[in-house]
Design a protein around this ligand. Structure first.
Ligand SMILES: Cc1ncc(COP(=O)(O)O)c(C=O)c1O
Length: 381
């Protein structure tokens, strides 16, 4: 008998997605507390979380960096930065090679920020030569934005090299590191990043509910008066933390408790390097197994991160993604639909509290499901 969708089961399904992700039991258990939004305990928790995020980014307050937490999902964090730091007379250049770059372009349009779009194919790195030309030709560009791991495909964009060009031209540099921060080492200083954005429910393995920005204090203070929104005002939010140690509006208390535990577990795993090693291993096992089953990755191996991988639909007439997805779900495995614009694809994430054994279980379940669907296992794509 089919299980009713919302009836609690003994075991949750395993999420092979780019987020929200499978989290540890202890992260979920950390939320089983109520904590007052103006309580000293919460103020202390917040202070700690903000410092620990700076440490993860390899910077300190003394170096001139701040962490600003923002209620809402990752998109709210990105929109908080764009809407708060680009001056009315400024101009934004967005390097895009996927759906999340395109989302920044849409934000700029809604926010009526003058923007230049430097678009590359989704299967390729952003073109640095074109960036250089655009910055030379267009001196009013004040800020450049790019996605680090473009979760559409899993491509890892070269943020250090882009940052060097951005610095040469004296522009502000905004990096959406939503799906990479915590599991891909990022040298914020060397990359000249002014604003790095990520969220609670990606590689730090917390639960969804807030995003955070690692910001260089000097340009942030200089952005006074630029905000186009009250609730997403980045500098306003920083002032709230500095003046009262608190969120300006209702804080996501349970999510913060879970995040505190998630940070402890990241330390236990050996920090960014330790987590990277587990995800890298998950990815190696996945790629080898999927290729053996006849699936083809969308990206060239040299461009592919270990965060998430896009696979082409197999070239077989009886492949139906909705059916494939549903059958895997009914066996306890959640994969993800594709986002690549010109190609039919689906995605499998290697992040969250999943291990090599989970990936092997997924591969066995995929093989079984392909057989059930009457598809040849080991057929070449
Ligand atoms: C690179 C990137 N940017 C932005 C977002 C948007 O985050 P959210 O869905 O939490 O709003 C995502 C989500 O997966 C992402 O991967």
């Amino acid at each position: 008998m089919k299980e009713p969708r919302l009836l609690p089961t003994a075991k949750d399904k395993t999420l092979f997605t780019p987020g929200p992700l499978t989290t540890s039991l202890t992260v979920k258990q950390a939320m089983l507390r109520d904590i007052g939004s103006r309580d000293d305990a919460l103020i202390e928790l917040l202070r700690n979380i903000r410092v620990r995020l700076l440490t993860l980014a390899g910077v300190t307050r003394e170096d001139g960096y701040e962490t600003i937490l923002m209620q809402g999902s990752g998109t709210f964090g990105v929109e908080a930065v764009l809407s708060s730091v680009v001056p009315r007379k400024g101009k934004l250049a967005v390097l895009t090679n996927g759906a999340y770059g395109e989302r920044m372009v849409r934000m700029a349009s809604v926010l009526q920020i003058d923007a230049t779009v430097l678009r590359s194919p989704e299967s390729q790195m952003p073109d640095r030569q074109i960036l250089r030309q655009a910055l030379s030709a267009n001196r009013e560009i004040s800020h450049v934005a790019v996605v680090h791991c473009e979760t559409t495909t899993g491509i890892l964009n070269p943020i250090v090299e882009i940052g060097q060009i951005v610095k040469e031209f004296g522009c502000g540099y905004i990096v959406d590191a939503m799906s990479s921060f915590g599991a891909v080492p990022i040298d914020v200083k060397r990359a000249n990043i002014d604003y790095l954005i990520s969220s609670a429910n990606k590689c730090i393995e917390g639960v969804p509910g807030f995003s955070f920005v690692i910001a260089r204090r000097e340009p942030l203070l200089a952005s006074e008066g630029c905000a186009r929104s009250l609730s997403l005002d980045l500098l306003g939010q920083l002032k709230g933390f500095e003046d009262a140690g608190q969120f300006r509006f209702t804080p996501p208390t349970h999510v913060l408790l879970a995040f505190d535990q998630a940070l402890k577990e990241l330390d236990l795993e050996g920090g960014v390097e330790g987590r990277a090693a587990r995800y890298r291993r998950n990815h190696e096992v996945l790629i080898r197994g999927m290729h053996k089953l006849g699936f083809r990755s969308y990206l060239e191996p040299s461009l592919q991160s270990y965060i998430v991988t896009a696979f082409h639909y197999p070239n077989q007439p009886n492949f139906d993604f909705a059916e494939f997805y549903g059958r895997l779900r009914d066996k306890g495995m959640i994969i993800y639909p594709g986002k690549v614009s010109q190609t039919d694809s689906f995605r499998i994430g290697c992040i969250g509290r999943i291990f090599e054994s989970d990936v092997r279980a997924l591969l066995a379940t995929i093989a079984e499901t392909l057989e059930e669907m009457g598809m040849k296992v080991n057929a070449s794509g």
